[in-house]
Design a binder for this molecule. Sequence first.
Ligand code: F1P
Length: 378
Amino acid sequence: MSDQTHSLSHQSNDGHKPSKAAGAHSLAEILSQPDVWKACLAKLHQSKGLERVRDRFGNSSGWLLIGCGSSFYVAQAAAATISSLTKRPAQAIPASEILLYPELVLAMAKDWVPVLISRSGRTSEVLQAAELLASRNLPTLAITCTPNQPLEKKAALTICLSPADEQSMVMTRSFTSMLLTLQALAALLAGDTGFAGSLADLPGASQATLAELPRRIRQFVQAHSFADYVCLGQGPFYGLACEYALKLTEMSLCYAQSFHTLEFRHGPKAIVNSKTLLVFLLSERGYEAECELLTEMKSLGAPILAVANQADGRVREAANLVVELSLDVPELARLAPALWAGQLLGLYTGLDKGLDPDAPRNLSRVVTLEHDTPSLTA
Ligand code: F1P
């Protein structure tokens, strides 16, 4: 990235190896998304990876998407896309839920294809979930970004998106790349070539939006001082709202919550004050109802960041910052770029606090547990 304003890395003054500035990996990984998506889609096309999944699992009655942390939120957004496009049920579940309450999960999803989503392919709970499913003769599909990891050996079929792997602890491009891949799978299963074409167009179509976003979000962060954050989304945007809150929590150690947008009236709105930023991920289907809430919260004194494909006068007037994607693709195909504002909000808020968003305290890239989850071994 040649643009100086986007660059965080610097040369050390002793002329040796360039030292890494705080957040440099995350920023580079965020900005690389369109190129990485293109590389992943090209790899999938070449390897016929999605066709292999369709041939093996295409007749199943539903899809159970499993992950931890960000990968669980990938599962949520992907499940919304799969059920909308294929008209078959799809449900997201954290890996721990299958381990602790298998009967609750599998009662619903007995004949569904389990999809294990894990950037690292090493997260203990995901590996244990793979073992539990295998012990019940349920073959699994794995989506990962790291080749030759234990998950691959436990799954019946694996899609590995190596161009999307990251150096940072927090997931940014791996999130959107795994989401796009599952969306491309949904398009293939549904025979929706138009939607598949929209995903293929996305890297080129969204470049311009990404190019101006870092400067706008950084200025917004520097001009304000928020104490808390609330991220709101409905339908396919709910998983994204959860990921916005997680990015803020991980990268800036802030308190961030997520809710279904209209749930915010039912109690959580008590938190509204001039120091709590409300982030609205506005949908097309819910636009009117979501706008009503947005203007209502503005009248209570909430600062607002609105993310929409196109915003109208009401939103422009009420919001402190409006991020418009202006993409001529179906709403579900815009989920990945709709995440960028949240990734950058987390990054610049962390930097503003003097933190290194690449390596948040208490976190590791992978959660590996020494012992199996007790109920599995009981
Ligand atoms: C997912 C995850 C991340 C989180 C943290 C630990 O792991 O929970 O979402 O940011 O770094 O790992 P994975 O199973 O996708 O590798």
